[in-house]
Every structure is written in structure tokens, then in C-alpha cells.
Write a protein that binds this ligand. Sequence first.
Ligand SMILES: *Cc1c(COP(=O)(O)O)cnc(C)c1O
Length: 412
Amino acid sequence: MDDHFATRACHAGREDFSEIGVHAPPIDLSTTYPTPDLDAAARSFDSLVAGDDPQGSFVYQRLFNPTTDRFERALAALEGAEDAAAFASGMAAFTAVLLAAKSRGSHVVGVRPIYGTADHLLTSGLLGLTVTWTTQDEVAAAMRPDTALVVIETPANPTLDLVDIAHVVRQAGPVPVCVDSTFATPALQRPLSKGLGAALVIHSATKFLGGHGDVLAGVVAGSHALIRDIKHVRVATGSLLHPMGSYMLHRGLPTLELRVERAQATAQVLAERLAEDARIARIHFPGLAGQDPRGLLGDKAQMRGPGSVMSFELASDDPSVMRAFVGGLRLITPAVSLGSTDSLIQPPAVLTHRVVDEEARDVTGITGGLLRLSIGLEDVRDLWRDLHSALAVVPERAALHNAGMRISAGRP
Ligand SMILES: *Cc1c(COP(=O)(O)O)cnc(C)c1O
């Protein structure tokens, strides 16, 4: 019987500590490694270039780093994966996933919305792949003989749509499904588990995994065979995560579940209050009544809780009101990114998702007035006070619309 999540988070990647006599992961910054036995080093080189384990010497940091390897083993243990590969950013990880998939075909099926730059990477054709964008119920119809990968993100950035992973996996048939689980983290959702059946799970580790806003990184987990091909791309393209970043990510794993649960509890309270507030026109948060129509949230369901990111529109769509509201916040920092110790807010249509086609933004609900709020670890009382006082500049719904007009609050 495997240890439970919190226990694995404290011990994974640290199994040899007693043997080597340390209590914190050693940081190895070597860019090169001695190769006194040339033939053995050549064998190790071949093995590493293919994406396999070292056979003796690590040869060169771009091929292998033991500090990064520790973090990868730990993350794989938390996702229930055979292996994992860490990258210099979430986008570097996604690029390697796509390049590795090209051996199977040059077509990708994607369910929108996904992270803005990931959408842009696929739509632009920069990597020589073509993409068909679809919805979670129409994946089967979008599949082609040359489809190499199906890409989904749940909860989706920035509308918090929940995508039914098992439903997409069934439609994809033998084609691997890659799930961007950045908003959930393995503390809330494990897409590779038997019931869900995804082939790959990817994270921008810059967000909740790092958790402190000071590491840019990405990581992807899956089977030995798939991660081997992805590591091959990483060696060839040079996108390995720096060992300092790997150390910091590994250091953060024992507190991941605590951080995620605390921020989630705060987000639930704030989302409920915002949903009741007449100055909020619409709010997206999976933890609100009516916002999980597929029943994907729950202890035995796909995702254990709603997480701590939400998005909302103010009752006024005047851009100057939005700017005044954000400008009036004292604690919540206006900034892109999410999953940090402190709360962050930004308008996706203006910043993170500006690289997405305008029409696609409209269809998927990324409106000009949408604000994405990532809740941090501050006290809920102070965050509410901050939101409440900044909302003073926003007119109430009733003052804007005549009686009888139906205002969508994002709830039934
Ligand atoms: C931030 C983010 C990415 C990109 O990751 P980087 O580390 O910024 O390269 C991908 N997916 C999601 C859901 C994200 O939030």
C-alpha cells in the first residue's frame, strides 16, 4: 500500500538521505562531469541523449542533473507517474511535449480555452503542427488519422471551465491526452490515475508548485516511454530546468497540500461573497452552486476541490471603472501569474490572453472586462476588506440596468 499524499510529498526524492548522510537535498551545480573512463562515458552519453538514465558519468548538465532528477522523481510520485521531466518554463515543457508528439503525426486537437501562450503556440503553427480547436463534447469528431495528441486544460485558464478528463480520453481512443493541471496541482487532481486515464500531465511549476513567485519552471509526468521521448527533445533543444530551480521546487513540495488547501478555503469564502455582491456582474469559480454541471468536483470525483483561482466581471464594463477598481486594491497585487503566496489580479484579455484570436476569446468567455484573481495565503478578513473597499468605485447592477433585464451572475 502506497503512503498517502502528504507523506509522499515529504519523503519522495529523499529516499537515499540516510545512506548519503544528508537531511536536505544536495544542490549540484556542475555543468560538466569527469569522464576518466571514455568508453563508459560514451555509453552514458548515448543513453542520456535517447532520454534514458545515466550509465555512470552524467557527462554534461544539459543531459542530466541529479538535483533536477530528485525533483522529477518526487513529482512523479505525487502524480502517480512512472517518470517526469522538468523544464526551464511551462512553455518549454509544452514545446517538448508537442515536438515529441510529432513522431506520431502533425495534427493536434485542443479544447479551448487554454493558457494564452499555449493557444498561440499551437495556432501560430510555429512548430509545424496544425490544430483543430473544439469543445470537450466534440473531440471525437475532431480526431484525424494523423492526430498525435489531444490537449486540454482543467480547470481552464482563465474561465475556470472544468473539462471531463475521462470523457475526453474515451473520445481520443489510442491517442495520448495531455492535461494541463496547473490550476489544480496533484494535491487536488491526478489526471494519470486509472479512473481518468490521461497519458501526460503538465504543469507550469512557476505557479502553485513553486508557490512563492520566485521560480520559473515547467514539468511533465507520464509513462517511461512518453517521458523518454520528451527527455530526448529536452537534451536536443537544451531546455532543462536549472538545478537551483529544481531544488526550490523540491523544497516546496512538502507544503504544497497545506498551501493549496488554505488558499482554496479562502477563495471559497471570497467567491461566495463576490457572487452575492451587486457590483459583480458575473463570477466563474467551480466551488459556486451551479458551476460544476458535470459533477467533477468532490472527494471521489475528478478534482478534490475548486482550487483558489477565480475570474469575474464588474457590473460596469467601462474600462476606466475596471482600472479604478484594480488601482484601489491595497493588498492584492496587479500582476500576471498565479499560485503565489500573495494574491494577484489581472485582466486576461489585456495581458495573458492578448495573443489569442479575438473571436476565440469572445466564444470562450474571455471578455474585455474579465478579471482573473488568484488567491494567496493572506488572512481572508484582510482580503475581503481589500476587495470590498476597492469595489466602492463600481456602480451596482441595479443602477446600470433597467428593472426586468436579466443579469447573469454566472449562477442559476
Ligand atoms: C503560466 C501557465 C503556463 C505557462 O507556464 P510558464 O511557466 O509561464 O512558461 C501554462 N499553462 C498554464 C495553465 C499557466 O497558468
